[in-house]
Design a protein around this ligand. Structure first.
Ligand code: HEM
Length: 484
């Protein structure tokens, strides 16, 4: 039989270990010990956790991959739609998913994403101006996850919905009050199936009340954004060759009830994810002075450093190779989609030499894949230079893992922060453009230091929390100094 860790409770299985904000670390530790395939029990559900790259390919990519385990995604139904109608992200209808994926895909072509660069640049410059003002006023410690969210929300606002949230000005923005806490709540719900039941049975509990209020506030926002999407003049858009996400969403052959969850899904998937990836990367740059110096040197050579820097251009983003290595490495070490994807075996199958019954749930936690010592040399170190080496140096060639399937000296893809196969991240081109532009702009304007209240790297690791996305509990607090 498959190996697996001891159960925390005879009744609920591994629920006590999974129902924590550090669920990703539990998976990670188990993979180090039990290898690239092990088993867990969550109350009545049996899960097989897979992180061996070859096996992951079978689960998510090969032949279209296995279907998502839709019933496990039902925790977010209430958030996406007042009628609990599912978005394409978590629908069980292959046809609904395919329609939305196909109609909205043009918005994320490289050429179309490039059209969003002027908005991104303006928003990033304005945010940097606001931060510079704060530094001059003596408020030089800035929480970078929040700052980055202000950029990503203000890029998504106009391009996806024709709406300006004006988050970059640091004026009050309700999204910040409702979305981050709700994502935390949904993570707790996904690892503790009893939690929604408790909230339903005891609606007067403060946590249950707050949850309801926030979900209702989201529903009001989805209405506002749907109205703006509906206002698109499709003939004019066609004449102008406008294939922005707003236009693509307006083209969906859906009534409002079915449009709304897809509007919500794009906002939820596209705003926090990119922002936390940016914040983690800024943390790594600030923590490694030698890395910061190399990024500075690269920017200086391109004329992009300091007060006399020229304006960043789209073409610069691909011409900053070391900055891109730093981003890539940070997204490996701090994958925001740490808990990954859950799939279901739609027929009896053989995986890694084990026979799995039809209906078996297969969990691919990306953090395990991306940082496991079975898959990577120095898997838990921040080592951006690895991306300057030949591909064989990326993967540990050792065959000394604890189980036969735990070793991955294989040619299969090991770097999947955006997942893989047909259900991979549709927004990755946009995310990468945003991250590169914000990182280059921040290092161009400021020198970065980790604020003392962040503590050591170990403290930061101990403070990691999964709130659908991987975050640092106290945020990423950096001390900024204006470059002279
Ligand atoms: C660094 C930033 C990002 C990361 C790391 C990321 C990662 C991922 C991952 C791992 C998945 C697969 C999830 C699963 O299988 O359950 C996914 C799906 C998705 N992402 Fe992203 N994402 C990012 C940014 C974005 C952006 C900017 C957008 C759009 C504006 C976006 C939209 C989506 C959508 C709609 C899906 C569902 C696709 C489908 O089911 O066909 N993401 N993302």
């Amino acid at each position: 039989t498959l190996p697996g860790p001891p159960q925390g409770s005879w009744l609920t299985g591994h629920l006590p270990q999974l129902n924590t904000p550090q669920v990703h670390r539990f998976c990670q530790d188990c993979a180090q010990k039990y290898g690239g395939m092990f088993k867990l029990r969550l109350v009545h559900m049996r899960l097989v956790v897979v992180s061996d790259p070859l096996l992951v390919q079978t689960v998510i990519s090969r032949g279209g991959g296995l279907p998502k385990a839709f019933r496990l995604y039902n925790t977010v139904d209430e958030l996406f739609s007042p009628k609990s109608i599912r978005a394409f992200f978590n629908t069980h209808s292959y046809d609904d998913w395919k329609v939305v994926r196909k109609v909205t895909a043009p918005a994320f072509s490289p050429a179309n994403v490039r059209k969003a660069f002027p908005v991104l640049l303006r928003v990033t410059n304005e945010l940097c101006d606001v931060l510079a003002g704060k530094v001059v006023a003596g408020q030089d410690v800035v929480e970078m996850s929040e700052a980055a969210m202000r950029v990503t929300l203000d890029v998504l606002g106009p391009t996806a919905y024709g709406y300006d949230f004006k988050a970059r000005t640091y004026a009050y923005c309700e999204m910040f009050e409702i979305i981050p806490p709700l994502l935390g709540e949904f993570t707790l719900r996904s690892t503790n199936p009893l939690r929604p039941l408790v909230h339903r049975c005891l609606p007067f509990l403060p946590a249950a009340r707050k949850y309801r209020q926030r979900v209702q506030a989201c529903h009001r926002w989805w209405e506002v954004l749907a109205k703006s999407v509906r206002a698109v003049d499709l003939d004019k858009a066609a004449a102008e060759g406008d294939t922005s996400l707003r236009v693509c969403l307006a083209q969906l052959p859906f009534d409002d009830d079915h449009l709304i969850p897809n509007i919500a899904a794009y906002l939820i998937a596209g705003f926090e994810t990119t922002a936390h990836s940016i914040a983690w990367t800024l943390y790594e740059i600030a923590s490694h002075p030698a890395v910061q110096q190399r990024v500075e040197a690269e920017l200086a050579a391109a004329g992009l450093l300091g007060p006399a820097a020229r304006q960043l251009e789209f073409g610069d983003l691909a011409a900053l190779p070391f900055l891109n290595c730093v981003l890539k490495e940070s997204m490996r070490l701090h994958p925001v989609a740490s808990t990954g994807t859950i799939r279901v075996a739609d027929k009896e199958m053989n995986l890694g030499g084990y026979r799995l019954a039809c209906g078996t749930l297969l969990w691919v936690p990306f953090i395990t894949m991306l940082t496991s010592n079975h898959n990577w040399e120095r898997g838990e170190d921040f080592w951006p230079e690895r991306w300057e080496m030949d591909v064989p140096r990326l993967v540990a060639a050792s065959a000394s893992g604890p189980t036969a399937v735990g070793n991955a000296a294989s040619p299969a893809k090991t770097y999947l922060p955006f997942s893989d196969g047909p259900r991979n991240c549709i927004g990755q081109n946009l995310a990468l453009m945003e991250a590169r532009a914000v990182l280059a702009s921040m290092v161009s304007r400021f020198t970065l230091e980790v604020a003392p209240e962040m503590g050591s790297r170990e403290d930061v690791r101990a403070d990691e929390v999964m709130k659908l996305t991987l975050q640092c509990g106290k945020g990423i607090r950096l001390k900024l100094k204006l470059r002279q």
